[in-house]
Design a binder for this molecule. Sequence first.
Ligand SMILES: [Zn+2]
Length: 251
Amino acid sequence: MPLQNYQYDTIMREYSKTQSQNRRILEERTQEIYKKIPRIHEIDEEVATLSAKKARALLSGESSGLEDLKSAISLLSQERNALLVCNSYPEDYLELPYKCPVCQDTGYVGNQKCTCFKKAEIELLYTQSNLKEILKKENFDHFSFDYYSDTMKNEATGLTERETARRAYDIARSFVRNFDSSFENLFLYGDTGVGKTFLSHCIAHDLLESAHCVMYFSAFDLFELLADSKFSRDKTEGQEFVFDSDLLIID
Ligand SMILES: [Zn+2]
């Protein structure tokens, strides 16, 4: 499912925050190195002067001194790296540091979303779902049929508790499998403590993992939220999530 604009903006804001942090780190490192190894400061100034000359030469089509300029710059940068290493710094200490070197903290490689973007997307959807912590424990991997008796039968259906649970489990799995291709609502009913909430968490977990926007509310909280939106003109963030979610779970 495509992200809503405000979700996309939230993620992109994080990337610009990271980019400014990176620039700040580099700035601090540069000051630190200039103080400790003044020769590197000189080198940077020389390189800046030579690069400006090189740019002028390129613009004016004057190619005679170009090779000399290039090799002078390259020698200086070798000296710079050697100085860093001699002083026990990594060679790339004065290059922009990246949290994700693949996309250089832009979120994109070409016009494709980077894997770190997809991770951020799922992380955001989890945070907005109200389910972040509980889904670590309550998901299909932790669903156990051992809790259900295979002798006690439901009079009305003739199925044992375990068979009933198996049926609900299979339906929940197929609901997740067909989520993108068929529009269905799912109504889970039964006595208290038979696992309805757990099963709804299993569904939420798998849909969040595939980057769907899932919202979870107790009926009480949801009605309260909707009443707020009815009686006040400001749409809060929570309400926006409810209206835009791919799946709304009401417990
Ligand atoms: Zn990335």
